[in-house]
Design a protein around this ligand. Structure first.
Ligand code: RFL
Ligand code: PHB
Length: 399
């Protein structure tokens, strides 16, 4: 399809075509609000990044509302429970039973992105790929604009609002003056080594395992494709983890489930650092931060993409109120409303990481505290309910 000419004016300029930017673009398009997405990479790059696997009910509902759920319904795997393993033990948390029927769906972020991009073409959601040197201007006032370079030509896009959906390393957050921005951070002294392989998963659900060598996670992308992670050192190089070593260590750390692991050649292997990070506020003048641009969670709670989705749901509600009803109440309340949910997901992800990982400073006492807490969760319906309601995703507060 021929590229549409790049406009010089829009209502909402969206920086970044990840989940946050693309869900927002579709929501605004559906409401008849003009938006242009500026993405610094190309589609293959964004779609090729192996990231999230667990989609919360709110994100499934949003895909349904946008009419983007056909493939997710056909190919996504609905999980009603999840499993925790430690010290040779394993137990299941029945999330659906404990939360009045809520579930999560295993459907890769890559698939979500494909659905969003495919529909963008059909629906006229405009994306400018390979937009270089994106810079934000006049964000404190009412006439903001964005400049960028495309195919060697300098461009300017005037707008009413800018949505900074450009992830942790983007330009939007650093555009906010230092004396306005507050950041809160915890960097974890380990990473996750992740592997994709076309082998059947070892279980029909996920298994989060605390082993004295470190954390392990059994996940999947389909009934024939497994996604596994093990905690690793931040100094580890991928070359130090040939497939055989990975499978041996994974099977050991998964405990009883390790015996059911099917080994095979990995076709993707990567190391991701773990971080908790929150920016306050999530709005400055005409700029709204959404998703990883505003906050990062360690992947243990499977919350990152889901938070991006709930941020932009709230922002879209606010922007629709501006254009339809002339009311700024929604956008004025955006930062506070989004942060209230973000902090709870941060807490859950931090807690779940602490419960399941081996920290270099841990002594025998710390380890026994972890094991006692896991044993307590195993025996307590109240504790399992707390875990389950956070894992399936907390409700969106009213605006
Ligand atoms: P993204 O996905 O980083 O997208 C940002 C986009 O902005 C572009 N960009 C720019 N564009 C123009 N100009 C610039 N200057 C730009 N700078 C950047 C980038 O190219 C990119 O396309 O942020 P977004 O949209 O906020 O989405 C966040 C999610 O991608 C992220 O939170 C999740 O992947 C986190 N995550 C998980 N989340 C879940 O909900 N469930 C999970 O199971 C889950 N598992 C994971 C994960 C993340 C992981 N890694 C690799 C950190 C597992 C892992 C291992
Ligand atoms: C994944 O399948 O990639 C995945 C699943 C659960 C997590 C994190 C990542 O907590």
């Amino acid at each position: 399809m021929a590229d549409n000419p790049i406009p010089t004016r829009t209502q909402v300029a969206i920086v970044g075509a990840g989940p946050a930017g693309m869900f927002l673009a579709h929501l605004l398009r559906k409401a008849g609000i003009d938006a242009v997405v500026l993405e610094r990479k190309d589609r293959e790059y964004v779609e090729g990044r192996v990231r999230a696997g667990v989609v919360e009910q709110v994100a499934v509902d949003l895909m349904t509302e946008l009419g983007l759920d056909a493939r997710l319904r056909a190919e996504g795997l609905v999980h009603t429970g999840t499993n925790l393993a430690y010290d040779g033990e394993i137990f299941r948390v029945d999330m659906a039973e404990l939360t009045g029927g809520k579930t999560v769906t295993v459907y890769g972020q890559q698939e979500v992105m494909k659905d969003l991009f495919d529909a963008a073409e059909d629906r006229g959601v405009q994306i400018v790929w390979d937009a270089e040197d994106v810079a934000l201007h006049e964000i404190a006032g009412s006439k903001p604009y964005v400049t960028f370079r495309k195919d060697g030509a300098e461009r300017r896009l005037d707008c009413d609002f800018i949505a900074g959906c450009d992830g942790y390393h983007g330009v939007s957050r650093p555009s906010i003056p230092d004396d306005v921005l507050r950041t809160f951070e915890r960097v974890y002294p380990f990473g996750w080594l992740g592997v994709l392989a076309d082998v059947p998963p070892c279980d029909h659900e996920l298994i989060y395992s605390n082993h004295e060598n470190g954390f392990a996670l059994a996940s999947m992308r389909s009934l024939t494709r497994s996604r596994y992670y093990i905690q690793c050192s931040l100094d580890d190089e991928l070359e130090a983890w040939p497939d055989d070593r990975f499978w041996d260590e994974l099977c050991l750390r998964l405990g009883p489930a390790g015996a059911r692991v099917t080994r095979g050649p990995s076709f993707e292997k990567s190391i991701a650092p773990l971080r908790s990070f929150v920016t306050e506020p999530m709005r400055y003048g005409a700029l709204f931060l959404c998703g990883d641009a505003a906050h990062i969670v360690p992947p243990t709670g499977a919350k990152g993409m889901n938070l991006a989705v709930t941020d932009v749901t709230m922002l879209a509600e606010g922007l629709i109120d501006v254009y339809r009803a002339g009311s700024a109440a929604g956008i004025d309340g955006y930062s506070q409303r989004a942060l209230a949910r973000v902090w709870k997901a941060e807490r859950f992800s931090w807690w779940f990481t602490g419960l399941t990982h081996r920290f270099p400073t841990m002594d025998g006492f710390d380890r026994r505290m972890q094991l006692a807490e896991l044993a307590y969760i195993r025996s307590s319906r109240a504790a399992q309910t707390t875990l389950a309601e956070n894992y399936v995703g907390l409700p969106l507060a009213k605006a």
